[in-house]
Design a protein around this ligand. Structure first.
Ligand SMILES: [Zn+2]
Ligand SMILES: [Zn+2]
Length: 337
């Protein structure tokens, strides 16, 4: 049993004497964030949190949904379709575009459900590899190790592809299924990688940095455990290759750290996310040029920042060489070492 399934089993219980804290009438069947809830109130709460964010960001029509096949994006698609499922008349107005980027070569996936992905894929595996190689000027045998060791750039490639596809399809909004748990891990990992300047765009509920396209993260108030419970109730199953993640890069380690801490201290994720949302860095209104690797606006003086924290006595020559890139952001300069 994987850890997410174990969590689902732990959160499900039938309490004989306790009532749901929302409706006060049904028997409680779920314990989440110290709240006793019945299934109906839990499902309604999931939709209401989703709706709050899409309403706040004015998501209306011409919407592209970034679908990865994992728990979060499956739940996001299901929540997005809720009004259309319940009202047959509205089904005619359904105008979502789905985008699946086939990046499975990173995980050595054995292509067990190849046919399903072929149907869905907006960007095939081969195209994804070529695109990623051209972004970073890499050779065939370098690409996999490079992307595994640099998860931020890996996510940047996925984001760039989805943004391109959304613009091609004339979409005004792109929905990304980042959960609150992932957002919390990204906040800590990005700051530790020296990418604090782009934090408001990478981890906020919306990313307005693209012209004519707003990136929205409607699952950013849902923790992983809630999403896995929702998927359990609605019979949604993730693709096999999402279940295991044995990478040892900063992002994976931070994710495991956050998950571990959240088990005993259920306020961990919301505390980190709410603190991260308060960070303002000026990147939204910045007119600085973009980094040639990650595509984010540079803070300026990136090389100077890098020099200031480098222990120059290790190798003066290496330090000099590492600061020569004038069009790379601080996080990417550090990554290259
Ligand atoms: Zn209830
Ligand atoms: Zn960069």
């Amino acid at each position: 049993m994987c850890s997410i399934e174990e969590d689902v089993a732990k959160k499900l219980h039938v309490s004989e004497d306790k009532k749901c804290c929302k409706c006060k009438t049904s028997r409680s069947t779920i314990l989440i964030r110290h709240n006793e809830l019945c299934k109906e109130c839990f499902v309604y709460q999931m939709y209401s949190k989703y709706k709050t964010i899409v309403t706040k960001c004015n998501v209306t029509k011409n919407v592209l949904i970034a679908f990865s096949g994992g728990f979060c994006s499956r739940a996001m698609v299901h929540l997005s379709m809720k009004p259309y499922r319940e009202d047959p008349a509205r089904r005619k107005m359904l105008d979502f575009t789905m985008c699946f980027v086939d990046d499975r070569f990173i995980n050595d996936f054995d292509d067990a459900s190849e046919d399903m992905y072929k149907e869905l894929a907006t960007m095939s595996k081969a195209q994804f590899c070529d695109y990623a190689k051209s972004c970073f000027n890499l050779k065939d045998d370098e690409i996999k190790a490079f992307l595994i060791n640099n998860p931020y750039l890996y996510q940047s490639v996925i984001r760039r592809i989805i943004v391109e596809k959304a613009k091609e399809a004339s979409c005004s909004f792109a929905l990304f299924g980042d959960s609150a748990t992932k957002t919390a891990a990204n906040i800590l990992a990005n700051v530790s990688d020296g990418r604090g300047f782009s934090l408001p765009l990478d981890t906020g509920i919306s990313d307005p940095s693209e012209q004519n396209l707003m990136i929205v993260r409607p699952m950013s108030d849902h923790i992983e455990k809630e999403i896995s419970l929702y998927c359990h109730f609605e019979g949604l199953k993730p693709s096999e290759y999402f279940v295991k993640d044995s990478s040892t890069n900063t992002h994976s380690l931070t994710m495991n750290f956050i998950r571990g801490l959240d088990k005993d201290f259920p306020s961990t994720v919301s505390t980190v996310v709410r603190t991260g949302l308060k960070v303002t860095t000026g990147i939204i209104n910045s007119t600085n040029p973009c980094c040639k690797f990650c595509g984010r606006k540079r803070q300026g003086n990136d090389s100077e920042w890098s020099k200031a924290i480098t222990i120059a006595s290790i190798s003066k020559e290496a330090v000099e060489n590492s600061h020569t890139d004038g069009d790379v952001c601080f996080g990417c300069i550090r990554m290259k070492k």
